[in-house]
Design a protein around this ligand. Sequence first.
Ligand code: AGP
Length: 605
Amino acid sequence: MCGIIGYTGSLDARDIILNGLEQLEYRGYDSAGITLRDGDKSFTKKKAGPVSILRKHCNTDEALGFNCGLGHTRWATHGGVSDVNSHPHIAGNVSLIHNGIIENYHSISKDYGFEDELISDTDSEVAARLINHFYNGDPYDAIKKAVAVIKGSYAFCIIFNDIPDKIFCVRQVSPLVATHADEGSFVASDVTAIISYTNRYFVVPEERIITLTAEGITICDFDGIPEEPDMLEVNWNVESAQKNGYPHYMLKEIHEQPDSLRSTIMPRLKKNIPDFTEDGISDEIFINCNKISIIACGTAMYAGMVGKYMMEPLLKIPVSVNIASEYRYENPILDENTLVIVISQSGETIDTLAALRLAKEYGAKTLSIVNVKGSTIARESDYVFYTHAGPEIAVASTKAYTVQLASLYLIGCRMALVRGKYTPAIAALFTAKLLESIPAINKILLNNSEIKDAAKHIMNATDVFFIGRGLDYAFSLEGSLKLKEISYIHAEAYAAGELKHGTIALIEENTPVVALATQDQIFSKTISNIREVKARGAFVILITKENAVVSDDVYDIHFTVPMKYDRFTVFPVAVIMQLLAYYTSDLKGHDVDKPRNLAKSVTVE
Ligand code: AGP
């Protein structure tokens, strides 16, 4: 999940690359580097720390006057965070930046005698040395020979010092997009880095070499046979990808949720009935399946958990939720009657992609719920249901989570309709309730100062627990992840009824417990569990529906959600938990958008 950008054209390359790196920092930000080349003349800087530090070291005339260069923001996989481990890696005639993991870099280094030459601890330097080893003036031959040896995932962008103003790229699994605009040719890990120049781009095909020049981009396979790119168009602009006055991308994206839900839901309603004709999704995968396997990671998986709790009782078929990185080793039981739903905001999460590929090997029908158009997971699924949340820049997923939920709800409703569980009238009523989530979220967004106050009771905690039953338990999983990933406070989600079987031993005086009790059917049971933690000194932040009747000795803070339908409380509840995490992290002075150790798209296993 590193950020990559390359440019060659008529303009000065330094600022184009540094500005692009700043757009890509959310992908990885422990170090950054740039190389500007014009034949023998070059300027290279590689620095641990954010792009702002690199920019300071490029503020010199030496870095001006170049029209071709590469830039890279790193999320360390091999080798610590240091200047020397930053990219680009230079070996002889080759300057290279890389996103991905080379699994056999040790054996390559040994087989080709690089061990005594290596100056970094990275797999990427080995790739640079290998390409340079094969380079005899023909870049295509050198790249072809090197990738024939390499095992793993990669997006390489390469400049050969004796071929000025040209950039050569090749990828396998790791994402790479490219485009040509008036200013020249661009290549990047994703469109956010190039969108200020054009909204048309193409995904670099795997096992192809693309060559960027100021005049344009060519694509050829490893036998040199040329191909034309499949052009795509991105439907958002630079402003969408900026903060628009918010202090953090995360807060902006939390507030974008009414719009992103509307954009995702409305195009799929025909007379208030879910209709996926425009998405090219056939009802037969819904009618013929006898079970559903949901596969994802992190927040996307927790959206899947909510989907399970909503779909299973409705459809009366087994719905499993699988951790993508585990799925591959579980010898899953699936066949052509299994509907595999893959959820991924980025569409590039390698664990999820690998699980998708495995599911397809078993003959399962695959439907992906993806936010990034043209991403690898979207392209490799049988069917794709795009969410329309726009770019999600903050590492902590917020609007992607709620649009994933809405997508699962629409899919569940469509399945109920085509499987005879719902009449059209009931389906229309279902979607009407789903749409009520939008004003419910708006109400929370308009009045969230109390949530900021509640964060003050959490910010100094060492442990926070999120508890609930049924759907509330599924919601609590995401609330716990949001808090820990940006506040660095240990948080744990627990089925409320399970606490007393051990974990309640951890509840001490003032231990914060976020208790969800929005499901009527199990409300009293959940309140009993809350009394158990309260009796042991917990500081209880209770979340219920507006009409809930609960005595004030059960909680210390009480939030209510303006949603009367149990199935749909997740939407306003999610926003409360997102804001709780956001304010806690901000109060602690953390980098809310780029939390430590994390990256937005996990394209390493
Ligand atoms: C969530 O806040 C995290 N950023 C992380 O768990 C993320 O949801 C997970 O890595 C999956 O990413 P994806 O949706 O792009 O596949």
